[in-house]
Design a protein around this ligand. Sequence first.
Ligand code: M6R
Length: 369
Amino acid sequence: EKGGYDYFMLKEIAEQPKAVADTLLGRIDASGLLTLDEVRIPATVLREVDKIVIVACGTAFHAGMIAKYAIEHWTRIPCEVELASEFRYRDPILAPRTLVVAISQSGETMDTLMALRHAREQGSKVLAICNTNGSTIPRESDAVLYTHAGPEVAVASTKAFLTQVVACYLVALYLGQVRGTKWGDEILAVIRELSQISRQVEQVLETMEPVRELARSLKDKNTVLFLGRHVGYPVALEGALKLKELAYMHAEGFAAGELKHGPIALIEEDLPVVVVVPSPRGRSVLHDKIVSNIQEIRARGARTIVIAEEGDESVVPYADHLVRVPQTPTLLQPLVATVPLQVFACELATARGNEVDQPRNLAKSVTVE
Ligand code: M6R
């Protein structure tokens, strides 16, 4: 049932191109517009939405963090994203015009379920993004957009994450389409770009041997740091979470702009630091800032592991290890940049002799609060 792979996690990493393609399937019509009829919330209600609140836990929360950038950019609707376990207990402001998006692979995470129950009690509409048909979270929501990742068995979430990001983008683009924002042309272009992503994830998977080799060489390290900006920041957090849960290593993700506010004090000789570099095309200011962050940490002895777009030569002088990902618009980069981090964590876990599919102390779905 592992399809020839040693672990479910490896199989699920390899299934990502298909998972992404399946999640898009049937949701884009011939004219390049989205047809999300399954989102049963009527367009009239969606046009009235004045706030979006995303609730989720763990990896699904990181997908939600990425979604916030896309939703606010494409729809101009204010969007908050919050850990479900925090949201419920702080008396959040919810109203009938608030759309709550609950993201969950299993559909059974208790904190997320309690958050959505609370939201519905306050009269808000809840849209679930879920991978498990008929599970509790979609059953208790007003509408559901299923991610079509197929069953995810490994405790560490991989293909569910990529499809959650895709589903969130579909929701964002759909809201933009229904409400008609000034980004109409851009939305059409992004839908086209999204259709390329499956192939690009495949390309990334074909070039992972050096990442595996690098992971093995780091097996006796105690700490790995991850830096990113903009959507690269949640990618950094996701890379760190994967490493914690699988390799049992101290791993932390930071917003690169925060370095000087504390974390740079952690940098010491030969400390591995993974940096997610956004595209130099488009908003190049983001890119240039992170390149100077790489210079700063390298000057202090860090061993830099740089994830950067093909053709971005500016990072070459400062990268001890360079991992290339295909060219994508910045907002879509998490879909390709997360993949090497999954492979990295899986290989490190293996090298350290850990149980990849069943990490210690963890359960696939957390059904207690
Ligand atoms: O089933 P869910 O998506 O609601 O689960 C949320 C988290 O428990 C889950 O993503 C967890 O963080 C993973 N083990 C991370 O790999």
